[in-house]
Design a protein around this ligand. Structure first.
Ligand code: B12
Ligand code: SF4
Ligand code: SF4
Length: 319
């Protein structure tokens, strides 16, 4: 064996180890892409177009750190590979709806997914670093950094981008968080393109009542209930009613996700992602109105709902 083939064999062995560990930890799939700057790529053009079309609402953070978004090696100097993982959050019951019609998005019914996912990714990082002998050669991210997670998942061959803008996996459906490890290790790259599986379907577009998803792949965040119920600052909310009174989304919105026929391929989600379902289902509008900041902090500090805050949730219920 010459030196090059020994390096390849080692990379293959490490990649097999990563895939095995990912399966054991419950990830629905993983793939790997070579890091190249995204400047000038179709993904970068789509990003710029979205910004130009005003699709970012008031999420100014999306316009910051664009250099890092376009080149992950600025987040980890010398990074060679991005490994993308699918963490399933689908549950048999779907989203949570209370008796008095308050709806909470399926992804937000459990403990803080950032922590749960990252704890598992750190175990994979240990495997990589033990194999390469290089400490601090990886970084992990999920939904909290300027990393183009959908673009990298696409490049890692994990699925296609549906008309609702989701990364959809033919193997593991649509209800998956995306998470990434950036690493200096060179790995075998998943060199495949998954064909788009939308065809003539328009179910997600039809399901978006506010027409925030106004054309294939185009979400106007300023109209999107997910943005309005989580991200939009209370003081800046417009006068218009956020959503229906009898059945209303209080946190997130799953309509364009739930409409999709690829849901039939979802894998069972991790139980930590729905650990608070029953508790949430038992809270009435009155319970929320009377809730104090202390109680909210104590009960929801380690959950996705904490991002919106109690004032915002009360505001969403009242509108
Ligand atoms: C900002 C944000 C939002 C905003 C804006 C959403 C938007 N459409 O841009 C708001 C608050 C509205 C939002 C809502 C939701 N979000 Co969000 N969000 C993000 C975040 C932090 C950044 C996304 C971003 O950069 N948007 C700007 C657009 C332009 O970029 P993009 O969405 O990444 O799309 C790229 C690719 O799709 C690619 N692309 C698209 N089509 C094509 C076609 C070709 C040929 C090519 C080459 C490329 C390409 O180009 C785009 C630009 O690179 C990501 C996490 C992350 N760091 O990436 C999570 C993320 C996208 N959100 C996620 C989720 C789950 C949701 C919600 C379902 C939550 C909910 N239930 O309420 C909704 C769904 C709304 C929807 N239909 O997209 C998941 C999606 C998982 C998945 N399987 O796709 C992510 C990845 C978080 C995570 N780590 O799991 N979100
Ligand atoms: S999350 Fe809801 S409001 Fe936003 S695009 Fe999808 S269906 Fe429309
Ligand atoms: S609902 Fe239909 S059009 Fe929308 S993403 Fe799913 S398959 Fe594609």
């Amino acid at each position: 064996m010459n030196e090059n083939s020994a390096i390849i064999a080692k990379a293959d062995e490490l990649w097999n180890g990563i895939q095995k560990m990912a399966r054991e930890l419950g990830f629905a799939d993983c793939g790997c892409a070579r890091i190249v700057p995204l400047d000038g790529s179709p993904e970068a053009r789509r990003y710029q177009e979205a910004e130009k079309n005003g699709q970012f609402g008031k999420m100014e953070y999306l316009s910051r750190n664009v250099d890092k978004r376009m080149d992950p090696s600025l987040l980890l100097p010398g990074a060679k590979s991005v490994i993308v993982f699918l963490a399933p959050f689908s549950s048999a019951e779907g989203f949570c709806q209370t008796k008095d019609g308050l709806k909470f998005s399926e992804y937000a019914l459990g403990e803080d997914y950032h922590k749960i996912i990252k704890d598992k990714l750190y175990r994979i990082v240990s495997l990589i670093e033990e194999n390469t002998g290089e400490k601090k050669s990886c970084r992990v991210f999920t939904d909290s950094a300027p990393v183009m997670e959908r673009a990298w998942a696409l490049r890692a061959g994990l699925g296609f981008i549906g008309k609702n803008n989701f990364l959809i996996s033919p193997k593991a459906g649509i209800k998956n968080f995306l998470a990434v490890i950036l690493t200096r290790a060179e790995l075998p790259y998943t060199d495949k393109t998954v064909p788009n599986g939308c065809g003539q379907c328009t179910r997600c577009l039809d399901a978006c009542k506010r027409k925030a998803l106004y054309a294939p792949l185009k979400v106007d965040a300023s109209k999107c209930l997910s943005y309005k119920t989580i991200e939009e600052p209370v003081g800046e909310a417009d006068k218009e009613r956020t959503n229906e009174q009898s059945e209303k989304w209080v946190f997130g919105c799953d309509d364009c996700m739930n409409a999709c026929p690829w849901n039939r391929f979802n894998k069972t989600g991790w139980k930590e992602f729905s650990a608070n379902r029953e508790f949430l289902a038992g809270l009435t509008r009155e319970n929320w109105e009377e809730m104090t900041e202390e109680v909210f902090r104590e009960r929801f500090k380690e959950t996705p709902l904490f991002r919106a805050g109690l004032e915002k949730i009360k505001h969403n219920i009242s509108r």
